[in-house]
Design a protein around this ligand. Structure first.
Ligand code: SAM
Ligand code: SF4
Length: 372
């Protein structure tokens, strides 16, 4: 494999141990937007603007890199956040500078109230206008939901598709549903989602021979393709760094077939994008493992059962449920107390995910229960 150098990730804005910048845990200044509680800034100076909400840990597929075939330990139904609770937490985060929300899961479209969730979150006023709401989905329910979701204010959608071969799809996801994903992609296009992004996780000996075909599929279908390096988040804990298909290898395969032109700097976006044969199609490489973007990370996560996670790979969580519901000896908390918990969680964020550290430990939760 030839070595391909992706543009370097942004470095940490502030050395470890340095004092937190003004606004990290201070009250908003005179110039703050109305209702603002200041910004969510960690001790490395990273300002948090992007919220990922996992709406459910349930899923209609069983992708091998994400969920076990059977024996999933589901979150207790009673612990799943209600729409009101989600809207409340998103509202508090909006006062802390969050401007973008991605809804994910598990499979977000399995929630019966999904259109309502989108509508209500998209109505929340952030510091720079209404929150921008996007979604990552396996696409199975898009044929019936693409139009209502768009009408409810969903701005963008990413559909996951790892293979274009039916037998392979059935093996990889343990469900024979490729045709339904393809219908979902068509429905999303018809509904006017643009850009429509397609996500794939290349795996050695599984689908890495389809990297070029997937980009061609995106070109033919007016979509944008994004490849995500496989991360150690599978339920079976079988991930191996040496087996992983990295971004350099993906780029190698693509440049043998297409002319790729880098689009700008990666910045805080995890994706390094390239125009394919001059555009308009782009391909994005998300090199979470081989070129981590932790130094520019601006994400905070909320799980379906109300845990705040400051990193995909965090091993600690902050539990919002008792504050929201007044359980476990708590009285129901006001929004300031919720904001305080969110600030504390971000204050404890580590510099990076540490996948390459000798002491790295995979989080207990599989990806399906964290939210990708
Ligand atoms: N069910 C939806 C879907 O598949 O798009 C949303 C949830 S899924 C966890 C979100 C994204 O995470 C998907 O694009 C999926 O391919 C990706 N993903 C899941 N497990 C992963 C892993 N171990 N490494 C890298 N990406 C992963
Ligand atoms: Fe389900 Fe998405 Fe995980 Fe696949 S990647 S099992 S579709 S949550």
């Amino acid at each position: 494999m030839s070595v391909v150098h992706l543009p370097l990730p942004t470095t940490l804005a502030r050395p470890a141990g340095a004092a937190a910048p003004v606004g990290a845990d201070s009250a908003p200044g005179d110039d703050a937007a109305p209702g603002s509680r200041g910004q969510l800034v960690d001790r490395f100076g990273r300002v948090h603007r992007d919220l990922r909400i996992s709406l459910t840990d349930r899923c209609s597929l069983r992708c091998t890199y994400c969920m076990p075939e059977q024996g999933v330990e589901w979150l207790a139904k009673s612990s799943i956040l209600t729409t009101d609770e989600i809207v409340r937490v998103a509202g508090v985060l909006a006062t802390l500078g969050i401007v973008e929300v991605r809804l994910t899961g598990g499979e977000p479209l399995l929630r019966r109230d999904i259109v309502d969730v989108v509508r209500r979150v998209a109505e929340i006023e952030g510091v720079a206008g209404p929150l921008e709401v996007s979604m990552t989905t396996n696409g199975l329910k898009l044929p019936e939901l693409a139009d209502p979701l768009r009408e409810a204010g969903l701005a963008r959608v990413n559909v996951s598709i790892d293979t274009l071969r039916r037998d392979r799809f059935a093996e990889l996801t343990r469900r024979d549903r490729l045709d339904d994903v393809l219908s979902g992609i068509r429905a999303a296009r018809r509904a006017g989602f643009s850009p429509l992004k397609l996500n794939a996780v290349p795996m050695r000996g599984v689908n890495d021979d389809e990297i070029v075909d997937l980009v061609q599929f995106a070109v033919d279908n007016g979509a944008q393709m994004r490849f995500i390096e496989q991360m150690p988040l599978d339920a079976g804990h079988t991930w191996s760094r040496s087996e992983m298909v990295d971004a350099g290898e993906i780029l190698d395969k693509l440049t043998q077939r297409f002319t790729l032109t880098p689009v700008g700097e990666r910045g805080s976006s995890p994706s390094q994008d390239y125009l394919v044969d001059g555009g308009p199609t782009t391909v994005g490489l998300i090199a979470s493992v081989s070129a981590p973007f932790c130094g520019a990370c601006d994400r905070v996560r909320l799980t379906a059962d109300g845990q705040v996670r400051n990193c995909l790979f965090a091993r600690e969580e902050s539990d919002l449920l008792p504050l929201l519901r007044g359980t476990d000896g708590h009285t129901p908390a006001d929004d300031d107390a919720i904001a305080e918990l969110l600030r504390r969680s971000i204050a404890g964020k580590r510099a990076g995910h540490g996948i390459d550290d000798p002491g790295f430990l995979q989080p207990q939760r599989p990806m399906s229960a964290i939210g990708g």
